[in-house]
Design a protein around this ligand. Structure first.
Ligand code: URA
Length: 217
């Protein structure tokens, strides 16, 4: 694997707690959604460290002037959830970064070829080259979907160094596929699981994230 791809698994009790709730087969849909929202928030919090452009300024407190660091008002911060399951991370991500604009990408799996097929894309033709882009996809399994999404955002001008992927469970095939193409990319995930089953589900994983969020199967 390229040394340039950086995969972070934050060692944080809140992330471990909500991952355990999300993994549990007996967690009902409303609590599963809460777990995904919390994971989206805390992983985005971790991902945004050293990433958001800031502005050094000063504010006046009731007592005296004080130096201040603010998110740069001209910063272009974009969140892109990958439909369906990525929507489960969006509310939490937006709680962590309130200033982001949101575009959507939708992919579904062709059940014969297992390839990712696009069914929705409202990305602009071109992004500002300084754009910071948060790509939200809970399950990085074979890498088919995340590679397709990365191609869409980078061909519209986003620098891979300015992209953070937030996932809940990542598996080696997806990480290896990303590492071959995207140097400088950073991934934040709650856990790395080693195996995929013959239907490309991550084992132990957490099952079908979209079905568990939306109560379908
Ligand atoms: N998508 C899911 O929802 N779960 C997996 O385990 C793999 C892909």
């Amino acid at each position: 694997m390229s040394l340039q791809l950086r995969v972070y698994v934050p060692d944080h009790p809140l992330i471990k707690h909500w991952l355990a709730i999300a993994r549990d087969l007996n967690t009902p849909t409303p609590l599963f959604k809460t777990a995904m929202k919390e994971l989206g928030k805390w992983l985005t919090y971790e991902a945004s460290r050293y990433w958001l452009p800031t502005l050094e300024a000063a504010v006046q407190t009731p007592l005296a002037p004080a130096p201040a660091t603010l998110i740069h008002p001209q910063a272009q911060i974009v969140a892109v959830p990958i439909l369906r399951a990525g929507l489960s991370l969006l509310d939490g991500a937006q709680e962590a970064i309130t200033t982001s604009s949101v575009y959507h990408l939708g992919y579904q799996r062709n059940e014969e070829t297992l390839a990712a097929e696009s069914y929705f894309n409202n990305l602009p033709e071109q992004f500002d080259p300084e754009t910071r882009l948060l790509l939200l996809d809970p399950m990085l399994a074979t890498g088919g979907t995340i590679m397709a999404a990365m191609e869409e955002v980078t061909k519209r001008g986003v620098d891979p160094n300015n992209i953070r992927i937030v996932a809940i469970v990542a598996a080696p095939p997806a990480l290896q596929a990303l590492s071959k193409v995207y140097e400088g990319l950073q991934i934040y995930t709650a856990i790395i699981d080693q195996e995929l089953n013959d239907q490309s589900y991550i084992v132990p994983g957490l099952g079908d994230a979209g079905d568990r969020c939306f109560g379908t199967n």
